[in-house]
Design a protein around this ligand. Structure first.
Ligand code: GLN
Length: 451
């Protein structure tokens, strides 16, 4: 298996994989073979996986898609990386992503954009674009992703694969290079909900090294995939089907909803009135936290340092000017601004209050339904270059994924057909399924019944 995928990676030109080391991977594969022969295997032993380059690894460089960390090698593995190793999985390498996971098209990577395997003139989505493209192109059967405001769900949708962002706190953030700590959450991406369930089994659990890790009994998600969904109440939020939703996406999503009705579910009209506000709220809170998290990249502790400088301040300035790309700088500036004296109350505090109201809207909705369904993104994947100079256009495209993240709820994306976009090429559409806290087993089962 490892050789098969390594060969496919070598032959691919999507720019999805960043760091591959054949001998390291084959050594892991040999160890897996031995475990299998010794009868000492888990369900995942020998199955290849690749990690978004946001998860630090001792054996591969960890760049977060940034020049700042171009040659950075971590002295330890992220908890998630360790858990998959312990389960016997074989690491194929590291996957391209938007710089520090900031983006919706994977065009913000210092190491170049990733191509969508369905149509190589399209973006794969972001920020986990390398993960989604690699799975869609069969370069790996499984990958990790991270989702701060949609970065697992949206690239999964754009590449026609399945991904789940678990409830905030269920997957350890230790060793996940931080973007916005109150939102960041790792999760699995694969072909199907069933595959994701096996990955999530290995990935979740309390980690004392992550202060927001949740203490709960471990669940077996794969064992809960055979529940009948007759009588399931599916909330369909009005605000997810308003203006701005492309008709091809709407059609694919409505067809999937009709399929669910055939499986015995009922559709309930619900409202998530603050959906639109999730954009300004997220784009205040996430940059605020990013500006704080990214202050550690100062040329002293990690990664890049400018070659020539006059004094300490000059070293900081030059290092950060050279090391960060435009979008990261934009976020740092925005974040520093909304946190500064005199603006904190007007922006940051207001955003935190509305964040709470957004979470309350979801709770009101879950009084009427078991899960919520709608589109993941307003359109299919756009063309490479189309939005790369327009940050606001990128931000607006996040409208349907941000509120779930702000509320800390689990959400997933499953493929539900194709749209033509404006380009007349078939591009995948994702169906989003959102559940209440810790309802991952339910979401995966609901997805599995459709798949
Ligand atoms: N597109 C959003 C952003 O740019 C979300 C990214 C993410 O979830 N990491 O911030």
């Amino acid at each position: 298996l490892a050789t098969h995928y390594l060969n496919r990676i070598e032959a691919s030109n999507l720019n999805a994989f960043m760091h591959v080391d054949r001998s390291l991977t084959l050594a892991q594969a040999n160890a897996a073979d031995q475990a299998l022969a010794a009868g000492d295997a888990t369900a995942l032993t020998g199955i290849p996986i690749a990690h978004k380059d946001i998860f630090v690894t001792r054996d591969w460089r960890s760049t977060a898609g940034s020049r700042m960390l171009e040659n950075y090698v971590s002295p330890f593995d992220a908890t998630v990386v360790t858990l998959f190793k312990q389960a016997g999985m074989v690491t194929l390498g590291k996957l391209n992503c938007d710089e520090f996971a900031m983006g919706s098209g994977n065009e913000n990577s210092y190491f170049g954009a990733v191509k969508n395997p369905w149509d190589t003139s399209a973006v794969p989505g972001g920020s986990s674009g390398g993960s989604a493209a690699a799975i869609a192109a069969r370069l790996t059967p499984a990958a990790t992703g991270t989702d701060t405001g949609g970065s697992i769900r949206q690239p999964a949708a754009f590449c026609g694969v399945t991904g789940i962002k678990p409830t905030y706190g269920s997957v350890s953030r230790y060793g996940m290079i931080a973007f916005a700590s109150s939102l960041d959450q790792g999760g699995p991406m694969a072909q199907t909900a069933e595959d994701c369930s096996w990955l999530l089994n290995a990935m979740t659990g309390f980690d004392e090294k992550d202060s927001t890790s949740v203490q709960r009994d471990k669940e077996d998600f794969s064992r809960q995939l055979n529940q009948d969904i007759k009588g399931l109440r599916i909330g369909v939020p009005r605000e997810f089907f308003g203006t701005g939703l492309a008709s091809d996406v709407e059609q694919a999503v409505r067809t999937a909803l009709a399929e669910y009705e055939k499986l015995g579910a009922t559709l309930v009209d619900i409202s998530l009135p603050k959906t639109e506000l999730s954009i300004p709220v997220y784009y205040i809170i996430a940059p605020a936290e990013a500006s704080s998290n990214l202050s550690r990249f100062d040329g002293v502790r990690y990664g890049h340092r400018a070659a020539d400088y006059k004094d300490l301040n000059d070293m900081y300035r030059k290092t950060r000017t050279e090391g960060f790309g435009d979008e990261v700088k934009r976020r740092i500036l925005t974040g520093a601004y909304v946190l500064s004296h005199g603006y904190y109350d007007a922006y940051y505090l207001q955003a935190q209050k509305i964040r709470r109201l957004i979470a309350q809207d979801f709770q009101a909705a879950f009084a009427q339904c078991d899960v919520i369904m709608g589109p993941v993104a307003p359109t299919v994947a756009w063309d490479l270059g189309d939005k790369s100079d327009d940050p606001v256009a990128n931000y607006l495209a996040d409208i349907f994924t941000l509120s779930t993240s702000l509320a800390g709820l689990p959400g997933m994306s499953i493929p539900c057909g194709f749209g033509q976009g404006e380009k007349n090429s078939n591009r995948p559409v994702g169906l989003q399924i959102i559940g209440n806290y810790f309802s991952e087993a339910k979401l995966l089962n609901v997805a599995h019944q459709y798949q």
